[in-house]
Design a protein. Structure first.
Length: 449
């Protein structure tokens, strides 16, 4: 064996070892994330069955002014709770959705309606509505309340929380971040191990049996859906606590931050303040043809805010702020104002959630099934390879840890810099490797017993 061939063999043994550790760490979390993700993908169909009576109505001529629906919702909401935002009907059969939360639980981005001042303006929630928020659904034709549903109990929100943190608080999000980090390592090393060399095609061979057949299909499916894997893992990491912060910092440093909203926007108190119906008309005259979410001013000199309520059409994304009295636009940013990073995430995140329709759901279902197959086939190969009485770790050739190229070390350093949990767990793994190097034979004898 010449030096170059031996170098390639050493690198392959190292990548195989890392691939094994990545699978060992990520498999339990990846299994849960995949199963809960498949459940979440079917949110539109499940919600259509569960909430038809809340989300839709039978058209009955002309709609009442939006203020009538908001007033009806306020009568049905708990006393002292404040309006967070309103989603007016976009289609003729849509219900009005009015979100409420206890005053002081989150920043009031509203005032009841018609210029009422909110009782308090605490800190804005970090993500979406406060945990205690409820949605009141109202018929826009007669202002009749159709029902009330806690925001966290709606299936889509419940399934998203199950997928991201197993229905626990934000402190549990580290598990998914750890899994996503090592899944990225597993993907990279898997592609390197699969990469065809010489006369190899990389395609599964017909008639392959046993462990060899499992290995070929394991590698092929993993690589075939590699692009989808990168999108899913990357968008998942943007929501994470540690890696997400690093990604956002890199975004800002590279000039890819969202368009900044001018500071100090305020309304001129001239004439009567806009009511909900007037604000809706202003928003419709400036917004693209998409469902709108309206947030009322939090004070007499604050402004109205409007944004998209439907994430399935990212190219219609917009942010609008306008005067609470005259309705004059003070700030507008549409799709063309978004940075390349903003456009990528605006498309990638809804794709991750399966919000682009049946083809998106079908592709994610195929992806989820391939992940499950990869996990199962990986462990089948492990048990087929492991000799009785051994740990079953892939064997490292002498000098394996010094064999990677400078590019490989650079990629590893970049991944650890962007994914702090990967760095921490990799350091712990290195300590374990050192322990195994010294105590491997003794551990093997203990395993035999």
């Amino acid at each position: 064996m010449d030096d170059f061939t031996f170098l390639i063999a050493r690198r392959k043994s190292l990548y195989w070892r890392i691939h094994f550790w990545a699978a060992l760490i990520a498999s339990p979390f990846a299994l849960v994330a995949t199963l809960t993700g498949i459940l979440y993908v079917f949110t539109p169909q499940i919600e259509a069955r569960l909430y038809q009576h809340l989300d839709h109505v039978a058209p009955q001529g002309s709609m009442l002014p939006l203020d009538a629906a908001v007033a009806g919702a306020e009568r049905a909401a708990p006393r002292g709770w404040a309006v967070q935002h309103v989603v007016p009907p976009f289609q003729q059969d849509d219900a009005v959705q009015v979100a409420f939360a206890p005053s002081g639980s989150a920043q009031d981005e509203h005032a009841g309606h018609g210029g009422h001042v909110a009782p308090a303006t605490p800190a804005r929630p970090k993500f979406g509505l406060p945990a205690q928020a409820i949605i009141v659904y109202v018929n826009p034709y007669d202002a009749r309340v159709l029902g009330t549903l806690a925001s966290g109990e709606r299936f889509g929100n419940w399934a998203k929380k199950l997928h991201s943190r197993l229905l626990q608080n934000d402190g549990w999000r580290w598990m998914i971040e750890l899994a996503a980090s090592w899944l990225m390592v597993m993907l990279v090393t898997g592609v390197v191990l699969w990469w065809p060399r010489g006369a190899q095609s990389g395609l599964p061979k017909r008639g392959a049996r046993g462990r060899n057949g499992w290995r070929q299909w394991h590698a092929f499916l993993g690589v075939a859906l590699g692009v989808v894997s990168v999108v899913i893992l990357t968008t998942g990491l943007t929501w994470s606590q540690q890696a997400g912060g690093r990604i956002r910092a890199l975004r800002d440093v590279s000039g890819q931050a969202p368009p900044p909203v001018p500071r100090g926007l305020h309304s001129r108190e001239e004439g009567a303040p806009l009511d909900w119906q007037g604000a809706w008309q202003v928003a419709r005259s400036h917004a693209p043809a998409i469902a709108v979410q309206l947030t009322a001013p939090a004070g007499q000199d604050d402004v109205w805010r409007a944004t998209m309520a439907d994430r399935s059409q990212p190219t219609l994304r917009f942010d609008l702020q306008f005067d609470a009295y005259s309705g004059k636009p003070l700030y507008y940013a549409g799709w063309e104002a978004q940075t390349a990073f903003g456009k990528a995430t605006a498309i990638g995140i809804p794709f991750h959630r399966g919000e682009f329709g049946w083809w998106n759901q079908a592709l994610l279902l195929l992806f989820g099934a391939s992940v499950l197959f990869s996990l199962v086939s990986g462990w089948v190969m492990f048990f087929k390879r492991r000799l009785p009485g051994s740990l079953g770790l892939p064997k490292l050739l002498p000098g394996a840890w010094t064999s990677p190229s400078a590019l490989a070390w650079l990629v590893a350093a970049a991944m650890c810099a962007l994914m702090p949990l990967l760095l921490i767990s990799a350091c712990m793994l290195m300590l374990l490797e050192l322990g195994l190097a010294k105590c491997g034979p003794r551990i093997g004898r203990m395993w035999l017993r």
